[in-house]
Design a protein around this ligand. Structure first.
Ligand code: CA
Length: 417
């Protein structure tokens, strides 16, 4: 696969995250336009509500793009997703005969505000990166018990909160919660002192599964509409005190950020790659019939208030032990119904190297080894005013399929009580 050229010239640069090969889906508004569906092309956004009204694209009997979410398109199913992608490519291709009709519906990205791209039906987060699970397990339970006995047999997950999933650009308020220092006699309540990020990918489920009926890994892969960058904000001090025996609760319920552009599974097709070799054979219902991870370069930057941005982590989505398709198949294996708009967090994506660790807990080894962030400053955990940004892109031959960024700034905790 090479760069597909568009008459939108800014899309044809090898470094542009949004070439014709990508065409990610978002929701945007401007000073004069209400929130609506849009497609990124170069440094422009195609106003899909306007394109639909002009009858350049007719995907369903009723309009599906004049709303502030992509759920209606998801519910049309994989055949409609493919028709839409082919039609967009036709309209925006360098050889398109419809340029004059389409061009008036392009809005400069610089004039747009990005909104949540979907209504998140439910949010589930996994713990499916082996380097991360080994590092965190070593810190919490010692090296000998780092991986729980179930870990190599299934993707471990927990049900998170859809209500606190926010789009990139939304400030994050430091959570209050109950914590207990290991040497303290009693817990206290107050602002978290060990606030952290988790660098993850989010898979967006586009098709439903039926209550009571499992799906295969191959079917699960077909159900995935696309992927976003996901930051699973985590309060480590709250987590350490509350997590046994039912897993994280308030430590992760306060906020999850996602990037505004849904990069479709179709756009990522050239970047498929296999999960690492299995250390134990998986049960048949979890075995992958073909590669279902993706080669996506990921990084995290930290910018202190008034300071410069520093890269604190560089890794790759291909480091995961379980793919999103395996996670989705496992989720439905009991008969749990999956819904269009469900969001699955991959789990923290860490590589083997120290600079490849996807959260501060690992990067600073529980705060014992603070990292240098330049300007004479170090960090063990996140401080108020810090801006954390996730970056992600798949690199093709002379083109890039980018995710844009997922960025948030930390605001002080609410005084309570
Ligand atoms: Ca997580």
């Amino acid at each position: 696969m090479t760069l597909m050229t568009s008459w939108v010239e800014s899309a044809n640069d090898a470094a542009c995250p949004f070439p014709l090969n990508n065409l990610p889906y978002g929701v945007f508004s401007t000073n004069s336009l209400e929130p609506r569906c849009g497609v990124a092309i170069g440094d422009m956004i195609l106003d899909m509500a306007a394109v639909e009204e002009a009858r350049l694209i007719e995907l369903a009997d009723d309009p599906v793009f004049d709303v502030p979410y992509w759920n209606d398109v998801m519910e049309l199913g994989p055949e409609a997703w493919e028709i839409l992608r082919l039609r967009l490519m036709g309209l925006l291709h360098i050889d398109s005969t419809e340029q004059a009709a389409v061009a008036p519906h392009l809005v400069p990205m610089a004039e747009a505000r990005m909104e949540m791209p979907l209504v998140v039906a439910e949010y589930t987060d996994f713990y499916a990166g082996k380097h991360h699970a080994s590092n965190v397990g070593t810190m919490f339970r010692g090296a000998e018990n780092a991986l729980p006995p179930n870990w190599l047999h299934m993707p471990i997950g927990y049900n998170g909160r859809a209500s606190s999933v926010v789009v990139s650009g939304t400030d994050i308020i430091r959570p209050n919660g109950q914590t207990k220092a290991p040497d303290a006699n009693a817990p206290v309540f107050g602002p978290s002192k060990r606030l952290d990020i988790e660098l993850e990918m989010g898979a967006i489920v586009g098709s439903a599964s039926e209550l009571g009926h499992p799906v295969t890994v191959a079917q699960a892969d077909e159900m995935i509409f696309g992927y976003v960058l996901l930051n699973d904000w985590s309060a480590r001090d709250i987590q350490a005190w509350e997590y046994q025996p039912l897993g994280p609760f308030q430590a992760k319920a306060f906020a999850t950020s996602i990037s505004p552009w849904i990069v479709t599974r179709a756009a990522l097709e050239p970047f498929r790659t296999s999960t690492p070799a299995r250390e134990r054979d998986l049960l048949p219902y979890l075995q992958e019939p073909r590669p279902m991870l993706y080669d996506i370069a990921l990084s995290v930057t930290l910018r202190p208030e008034g300071g410069e941005e520093t890269t604190i982590c560089e890794t790759n989505y291909s480091e995961m032990y379980y793919s999103s398709a395996q996670q989705l198949a496992h989720h439905a294996s009991s008969g749990c119904a999956m819904t269009p708009g469900d969001l699955l967090g991959s789990g923290t994506i860490s590589g083997a190297g120290k600079h490849q660790r996807g959260c501060l807990l690992e990067l600073t080894w529980g705060g014992e080894d603070p990292i240098d962030i330049g300007g004479g400053q170090t960090r063990s955990f996140i401080e108020d005013g810090d801006t954390l940004t996730l970056h992600g892109a798949a690199k093709g031959d002379g083109y890039t399929v980018g995710f844009g960024t997922c960025t948030s700034t930390i605001k002080p905790a609410v005084k309570f009580p």
